[in-house]
Design a protein around this ligand. Structure first.
Ligand code: AMP
Ligand code: ZN
Length: 470
């Protein structure tokens, strides 16, 4: 299996640190809003990497954090007049719902920055002891970037270019730095902000230190794969390497994987630019399996442009696979189906096994999901050509299993959501209204979510509750 390693800028053979095991860390979202479909790209891509590694027999320990203390979370908390934790807890819960709907499996561990402050204080202490960090007069702790001789090895940046081009790194309030390249490990609190006690000042951590610490705690000093979107290469991942390798004295991650951006009108999709769709927006119109299929129809290192046409073609593509599975299931319900496979069918199954090999070849080549999906389509064509009402049970079952397995590695579910009757929807809406009247908002939300799971979207309007199918 080959992985493109950002560190070497080459595809390298994957050799795990420990045979049969993979330790993988994926930087997760900052939780101050519903996630947008750009954030969904690394979730879907690296969930697929995990699924494929498991298919190959590896035990994968998959860690992905939620950044739950940050300027944007605090700003939103102040706007709403609530604690920062109210904001982060709300959006973690919403993010988990989106993940489930996209069939992104929960990580082995989802650590939260606010729960790992002790580890951060420890690592910052070690960095100070080793001379890699220093405290300014106001209590801010900075990393002494130039002391880490390999700084720039991931982003392939030269320190002197950085120094020359980044005078702006000296932002206001950071004029006590020894060097413009130094970055914050710990900063003093401001009024109204959450803070923790520390030997240097009451304050909160910088962003980069959390991932170094959580990765060490849950996976150890050395890990196999560290991943995230390509915007994280610099400075976030470069700084993580500097912190971890300076503190632990060993190589931090062997393979660095980065997904390219999801764009809109060929511009980066981002919250700050305002040109984004949330995953929830897409769920209004499509089953999120379609979004997953769309993301995987491109290689993860190629930029992907979001458009209505591509979503429609993803919908049609997925429908072709699901229809094929439906057809096989229908054959299996035929009471007169013969049980044992014929000699011809035995030969056909041998022929069909080449699709498994070709699928694995595509995935072994740096997780080429675009090619892997083409192989699924070829298998669909093969099935459509070689099966009918007279096929045997064993034959149909074997092909259905093959189709399901290859789809499942990409996280694509082939069973249709159960159809819900209008009468049941009306009953659930009435139960939700009753719950709201009794101020049982928890139950009311549960009912709304369970309808959403069935593809029914509720809208509270002046004329009452309206519903539509996603
Ligand atoms: P953030 O919440 O901004 O820290 O982002 C969480 C993850 O989403 C990171 O791995 C980002 O690199 C990734 N990400 C953010 N925007 C996009 C985008 N437009 N396309 C692909 N990945 C993105
Ligand atoms: Zn990170």
């Amino acid at each position: 299996m080959k992985i493109y390693n950002t560190l070497s800028r080459r595809k390298e053979e994957f050799v795990p640190l420990e045979p049969g095991k993979v330790k993988m860390y994926v930087c997760g979202p900052t939780v101050y809003n519903l996630i947008h479909i750009g954030n969904a790209r690394p979730m879907i891509v690296f969930d697929t990497v995990r699924r494929y590694m498991e298919h190959k027999g590896y035990a994968v320990n998959y860690v992905s954090n939620f950044t739950d203390v940050d300027d944007k979370i605090i700003k939103k908390a102040i706007e709403e007049g609530v604690e920062a934790s109210v904001i982060s807890e709300r959006y973690i819960a919403e993010c988990k719902k989106d993940m489930e709907a996209m069939n992104v499996r929960p990580a082995t561990t989802h650590p939260l920055a606010t729960q790992e402050i002790c580890g951060m204080l420890d690592m910052i202490g070690t960095l100070i002891e080793k001379g890699y960090a220093y405290t300014a007069a106001d209590g801010t702790v900075y990393f002494r970037t130039r002391k880490f001789k390999e700084y720039g090895k991931l982003s392939h940046k030269n320190l002197d270019d950085l120094q020359g081009g980044n005078r702006s790194l000296l932002v206001s309030g950071e004029d006590q730095k020894e060097d413009a390249l130094d970055f914050v490990l710990w900063k003093p609190k401001k009024d109204g902000e959450p803070y923790w006690e520390s030997p240097w000042c009451n304050g909160r951590p910088g962003w980069h230190i959390e991932c170094s610490v959580m990765s060490k705690k849950y996976l150890g000093d050395e890990i196999d794969i560290h991943a995230g979107g390509e915007d994280l290469i610099f400075p976030h991942h470069e700084n993580e390497i500097a912190q971890s390798e300076a503190a632990n004295g060993t190589q931090f991650a062997k393979y660095w994987m980065h997904n390219a951006f999801l764009n809109i009108d060929n511009k980066k999709m981002s919250k700050s630019a305002g040109n984004f769709f949330t995953v929830r927006d897409i769920a209004q119109k499509y089953d999120l399996q379609v979004l997953r299929f769309f993301m995987l129809s491109a290689h993860y290192r190629s930029p992907l442009n979001f458009s209505a046409e591509l979503m429609e073609s993803a919908k049609n593509g997925l429908e072709r696979i699901v229809t094929c599975a439906d057809k096989l299931n229908a054959y299996l319900t035929n009471e007169n189906i013969t049980k044992e496979k014929s000699n011809k069918e035995i030969q056909l199954l041998i022929d069909a096994s080449k699709y498994n090999e070709r699928y694995d070849e595509a995935m072994d080549d740096d997780f080429n999901t675009a090619d892997a999906i083409s192989v699924i389509f070829e298998l669909v064509k093969f099935i459509n050509t070689n099966t009918d009402e007279n096929s045997s049970k064993e034959f149909v079952e074997a092909l259905l299993k093959q189709l399901t397995t290859l789809s499942d590695i990409c996280g694509l579910i082939l069973t249709r959501k159960e159809e819900i009757l209008d009468k049941d929807i009306e009953e659930m809406i009435a139960a939700r209204q009753a719950a709201r009247k009794e101020k049982n908002f928890k139950l009311a939300d549960e009912i709304r979510d369970s309808l959403l799971q069935k593809g029914i979207i509720l809208e509270d309007t002046r004329e009452g509750v309206k519903w539509k199918k996603a």
